[in-house]
Design a protein around this ligand. Structure first.
Ligand code: HEM
Length: 471
């Protein structure tokens, strides 16, 4: 069994906590310094084999099945039902032999959470969802060991889900062209592409963390601060953030919006957002201490759970209003514990770089090179958020509006179908209706309803970033 992952570097007498104390590696940022384990040891082969059986069969989620009917739907449902029966019969495997072994625990978390998503989302819409003991109990135990949410998170599908494209490069630091994801839920290249964008941003972002970390340390140390060096670091940080934006925009080349919306998104829906309003039941949860509390963290994963952007914000001293604070307080519950502690330590510290730059602006005016360099970095963050808004519009807002329109049309057709002339008189709007068209109508409306709020929040974060410039 491999030993626990140690921080990239130890800290020598540093007065303040350093990134390395929080498993934030110099050239890897929030990615683990070693390639995530591709498979668990033989003792847990049953989990791996059962997951393989799910991924190889390319199941359709219940939400996708709503668009099918007749024999094709029946075949899909039977296929997934046979797999769920296998999972029901699986024994509850002990995790005792991987306690303290971070790589194994992370792989176990990924494998178990992916199986939970397959299990829940292939359950037909007319049935209740009960995650069997064989998944719930080890998942809760692994999550307790890791101090991590017992649900699929960005940490699972991005940070701890990569391998080298070319295995000969394994000893090197991963590069953006030699990295790929290990597992996907939908089996689409688009999902792999989506995770790749996150991985590449994490790798690139590590450079900015290093530059901002060094500047913060120098300012904090306080004697003989080299303002030119801080200026250079900020200028280099701006370049990195601009590259992050370019990487983010490659999403348009790697992920087709309709595949994201129709084939990937349904697998990533959280237990608190079931399309049919079902409450997920977790079989055997009472066997694990503190499970009720843990099972409050079951929301859909998003890259908003990455610590990267909030950490850059915190280093640059971007203001947090109540909305941003409550967003961050929610998503930090889904981050790796050490990363969350690192982010918190930065959020709680005074805005070191910003205060320093404000001091220079007072002394020498806002044309001082360090002030100009700082403002450029802040503007680059704002521009990154502009780009993210474009992505959210393309991948969520436009498709959800399209879906709502289709549903409205379908609902109109179905209301013709159920006219008294057709001899049917039931009210088809009730929950649990198995009519395909109405299933769509029930889901699309709330999603579209949430769009203005989503846009308001994201635009608010963007505007607040712009207001951080020192004037
Ligand atoms: C297809 C690609 C993407 C889509 C559809 C998407 C969608 C979203 C959505 C819906 C939210 C709001 C989350 C919530 O309310 O819980 C969000 C937030 C966020 N996302 Fe993305 N996202 C994508 C890619 C990325 C990537 C690659 C990153 C960078 C690692 C990222 C970083 C963020 C951040 C930092 C937030 C928090 C809001 C902010 O700080 O401005 N997203 N995203």
């Amino acid at each position: 069994m491999s030993s626990q992952i140690l921080p990239y570097e130890s800290v020598n007498g540093s007065t303040t906590a350093a990134p390395q104390d929080f498993q934030v590696a110099r050239r890897m940022g929030f990615l683990p310094p070693q390639m995530p384990l591709p498979r668990l040891p033989a003792e847990w082969e049953e989990w791996e084999a059962t997951l393989d059986a799910a991924t190889s069969q390319r199941f359709k989620a219940a939400e996708q099945l709503a668009a099918l009917d007749g024999p094709q739907k029946f075949v899909e449902e039977e296929k997934a039902s046979a797999w769920r029966k296998l999972v029901d019969k699986m024994p509850v495997l002990s995790i005792d032999n991987i306690k303290g072994c971070e790589r194994e625990l992370r792989r176990a978390h990924l494998v178990l959470t992916f199986m939970v998503q397959f299990y829940a989302h292939t359950t037909p819409s007319t049935e209740s969802i009960t995650i069997p003991r064989s998944l719930t109990v080890p998942l809760l135990r692994v999550s307790r060991e890791l101090n991590h949410a017992p649900f699929v998170t960005y940490s699972d599908h991005d940070l701890h889900n990569w391998s080298f494209k070319d295995p000969r490069g394994q000893d090197a630091i991963p590069m953006s062209d030699n990295i790929q994801s290990q597992l996907t839920l939908s089996g689409t290249t688009d999902e792999a592409g989506m995770y790749l964008v996150g991985l590449r941003m994490e790798l690139k972002g590590a450079e900015a963390l290093e530059l901002l970390g060094r500047s913060t340390k120098e300012i904090e140390a306080g004697n003989n601060i080299d303002v030119d060096r801080i200026t250079t670091h900020l200028t280099q940080t701006t370049k990195v953030i601009q590259e992050l934006k370019s990487i983010l925009m490659t999403t348009k080349e790697l992920v087709r919006p309709e595949i994201f919306f129709n084939d990937i998104r349904p697998w990533l829906v959280g237990a608190d957002a079931d399309k049919w309003g079902r409450k997920w039941v977790w079989g055997g949860k009472e066997e694990v201490e503190n499970s009720e509390q843990m099972l409050t963290k079951v929301s859909s994963p998003t890259a908003g759970q990455s610590p990267l952007i909030p950490t850059l914000d915190a280093y640059l001293g971007v203001e947090e209003d109540d909305s941003k604070r409550s967003f961050l307080d929610r998503v930090r519950g889904y981050m790796d514990r050490q990363h969350e502690e690192y982010l918190q330590s930065l959020r709680l510290r005074k805005k070191i770089i910003r205060s320093f730059v404000q001091g220079i602006a007072k002394e020498r005016g806002t044309n001082a090179p360090v002030v100009v360099a700082y403002n450029a970095a802040v503007q680059a963050m704002k521009s990154l958020r502009d780009a993210h808004l474009v992505i959210v519009t393309l991948y969520i807002i436009i498709p959800s509006r399209k879906m709502a329109k289709t549903s409205e049309k379908s609902a109109r057709v179905s209301s013709v179908d159920i006219s008294p002339a057709s001899g049917k008189t039931e009210d088809c709007s009730h929950e649990g209706s198995s009519g395909t068209n109405n299933e769509h109508a029930g889901e699309a409306a709330p999603m579209v309803d949430q769009v203005p709020e989503l846009l308001k929040i994201l635009k608010g974060f963007r505007d607040q970033t712009g207001q951080t410039c020192v004037e």
